[in-house]
Each structure stands twice: as structure tokens, then as C-alpha cells.
Ligand binder design. Sequence first.
Ligand SMILES: [Zn+2]
Length: 197
Amino acid sequence: MYPEPIAKLIDSFMKLPGIGQKTASRLAFFVNEMPEVDVAEFAKAIVSAKRDLHFCSICGNLTQEDPCNICSDGLRDPSIILVVEEPKDVLAMEKMREYRGLYHVLHGVLSPMEGTGPEDINITSLITRLHDESVKEVILATNATTEGEATAIYLSRLIKPAGIKVTRLAHGLSVGSDIEYADEITLLKAVEGRREL
Ligand SMILES: [Zn+2]
């Protein structure tokens, strides 16, 4: 019922999270009415967001350079590693501007229901990093969901025998909440009030 180029664009928009048929078709027609230079810029940005970003070989964060600018920043404190689920959680933490340690991005959580085991997320490289004796504390900042909690417990059991302090974010973050949506004050309090596991 739509001309093919519009139908294709609608299909593409519908692959994005939270976008249904109706929104997709509204967006597709909007794109058609945009100035051509803006459309070209938009298309370039989409390709670049995929092609020019890689995972940091140390921490797993999204980056253009490898290692990322956090791992290669000599002013950051290498004795603390804050473990998060996704690269967007690093951004949320960085927005608060208080945390000066390093990160480790798991790219997921343990989920028996979905068949995600320890070998499916970025755990091995975390353990390798802990062999470096300068690490004194690991802060587990997985989300306050069932899977996030289970992953934190799993990691603490894995890390504690190495004599490294393991802490968990205090949950002023409400149960089931995602770090990426927490405001900066809540995050700051969660980090300050972290408890030892
Ligand atoms: Zn990094």
C-alpha cells in the first residue's frame, strides 16, 4: 500500500525498540519531507554509530579508540573497577562526574531463563584484569533486577577469594530499576552508600 522506498524505511524503523507500525510510518514520511542534506547526515550518523565504534579490548566499553579514553586516562584510579551491564551504564555513571575509577562492561547479565551463562558475558576478561595487583575494589553496579542481583552474587563469589574488596551499589535505586535511567544524585548516593558483599 506504500511506495516501496517508504515501505522499506517503515520496516527499518520498526526494527528499533518501542517503535510500532504507526510511529514508523510517521517517521518515514517525516524523513521524506526533511531537507536532503539532513537526511544524508542522518544516514551517515547511523552507519558511523555502527562502523566507527568498537568495544574497548580492556573494559568492553564502546569506543572509537582502543583502549577507550577512560582506560587510557592516567589520572583515573586503577585500584577500583565498577562493573556494569551495558555501555550506556558507563555514560550514566560518567554523567555524575564523581567516580574516578575504571569500568568493566559485562554486555549482559546471567539469565538461566534465557540461557545466558557466565561464558556468554564479559567475565573472563574481568577476572584477567583482577590478576593485576593494583585492583583493590570491585563495585558491582548491575541493575537491581533479579538477573542483576544474581550476577552480582555470582561475581562476588568469584572475586572475593582473590582477597579483593567487593561492594554493591546501595539501592536508593529502587528494585527493578535500571542504572541508565537513574538521576545523577541517586547514582552518587548509590555509589557513596555502597556496601561490602
Ligand atoms: Zn576501556
